[in-house]
Design a protein around this ligand. Structure first.
Ligand code: NAD
Ligand code: GLY
Length: 365
């Protein structure tokens, strides 16, 4: 097992990365001082991992209140959040009762927001079980739900007290979800860690074959990158925005196609190709660089061509992105390989060229 710390002074917390962590009483004991904890999970993850976690809690003398939600991005809504509050109130969970998120990013984001808001804040533990949630969403304290007008539009910054990334849980993850997680892993290489990008190019086949050592290294290195950025800019007043490479386009794809039809990581991959195209049009990276990025996504079995929503829909959905400031669209673009920049003055003709060039040519209203 390897351990990192997210350095946020009195709100600092450890990320433990390894195998068999769900059954490790020692790691959890300090965070479960009371007699109860509420586990929030979903109908897919519960049959796989809930019993193991419940048993670990029982060994510590902790009873679990179990909240099992529907599975999917379409359920990341106020209605589902209400179900969490209903269960917490029905079971009379108190301000000291920790909420444990057991699942992927959807469960983690919703549980985190419930923890931030229930009784004005209760302790929160992340046990991410997808690659995407282990390398990204469980770390850094962004929590929230979707609104029909935009993804993750309602939420709060609320840090967990502990993150347990149990790599063994990745064995049951569908291939498409593994690839979706790899999109965020590749992102770290592109925006700030060129040696890691090179490592990914060498080790992509091992990652796809779920080699435990390779996966653990990829999770560790990703979390190191994320922890460094979050420690410097927790509330995204600057550097943290760079973690959103490909996300302005990606959110438009996710929203425009209907939540859940494109996985978040898939939308990020196609969105990153659009960001790379725009970076190249600005003369920052070369055509060879764009090809290099495309090759890596293709090897990770990710889409590199975006759906044709039509230029207007793209602009409309991007207008709802959280990176809009003063009515101006802002994009994370690649200054060079391994270096990103937040840009707000992209010439509109270049943006239109990218929107035309990077989508599947097809029908749209
Ligand atoms: P997800 O939570 O929908 O999980 C993907 C699928 O895998 C689901 O069907 C889930 O039930 C299933 N699953 C989870 N663990 C499993 C396991 N071990 N074995 C088998 N199946 C398993 O998707 P995700 O990719 O983990 O997360 C995407 C969400 O994360 C999006 O809502 C996105 O907005 C959010 N996100 C948040 C942040 C953040 O900083 N908070 C960052 C990136 C993404
Ligand atoms: N996933 C982007 C962030 O946490 O800031």
């Amino acid at each position: 097992m390897q351990t990192l710390t997210v350095g946020l002074e009195e709100r600092s917390y450890p990320i433990h990365i390894g195998t068999g962590l769900l059954a490790n009483e020692e790691l959890l004991s300090a965070y479960l001082p009371g007699k109860r904890a509420a586990i929030v999970t979903n109908i897919t993850v519960a049959p796989l991992y809930l019993a193991r976690l419940r048993e670990t809690l029982h060994k510590l003398g902790v009873q679990s209140v179990e909240i099992i939600l529907q599975d999917g991005e379409v359920y990341k809504t106020t209605e589902t959040l209400q179900l969490i509050y209903d269960a917490l109130l029905t079971h009379r969970c108190e301000r000291s009762t920790p909420l444990i998120a057991l699942g992927g990013g959807v469960i983690g984001d919703m549980t985190g927001f419930a923890a931030a808001s229930y009784l004005r804040g209760v302790p929160f533990i992340q046990i991410p079980t997808t690659l995407l949630s282990q390398v990204d969403s469980s770390v850094g304290g962004k929590t929230g739900i979707n609104h029909p007008l935009g993804k993750n539009m309602i939420g709060a910054f609320y840090q967990p007290q502990l993150v347990l990334a149990d790599i063994s849980t990745l064995n049951t993850l569908p291939d498409t979800e593994l690839s979706a997680g790899l999109a965020e892993v590749i992102k770290y290489g592109l925006i700030r860690d060129l040696p890691f990008l090179e490592w990914l190019e060498l080790n992509m086949d091992k990652l796809l074959a779920r080699d435990i050592e390779a996966l653990q290294y990829a999770v560790l290195r990703s979390c190191q990158n994320k922890a460094e950025v979050v420690a410097r800019d927790e509330r995204e007043s600057g550097e943290r925005a760079l973690l959103n490479l490909g996300h302005t386009f990606g959110h438009a794809i996710e929203s425009g196609m209907g939540y859940g039809n494109w996985l978040h990581g898939e939308a990020v991959a196609a969105g990153t190709m659009m960001a790379a195209d725009l970076s190249q049009r600005l003369g920052w990276i070369s055509e060879q660089d764009v090809d290099r990025i495309r090759n890596l996504f293709v090897r990770a079995r990710l889409p590199v061509i975006a759906p044709d929503l039509g230029v207007e829909k793209y602009l409309n959905y991007m207008g709802h992105d959280k990176k809009v400031e003063g009515g101006k669209l802002r994009f994370v673009l690649l200054k060079s390989m391994g270096e990103a920049e937040l840009v707000s003055n992209v010439p509109s003709e270049l943006l239109l060229q990218t929107l035309e060039a990077c989508v599947v040519q097809g029908k749209h209203e």
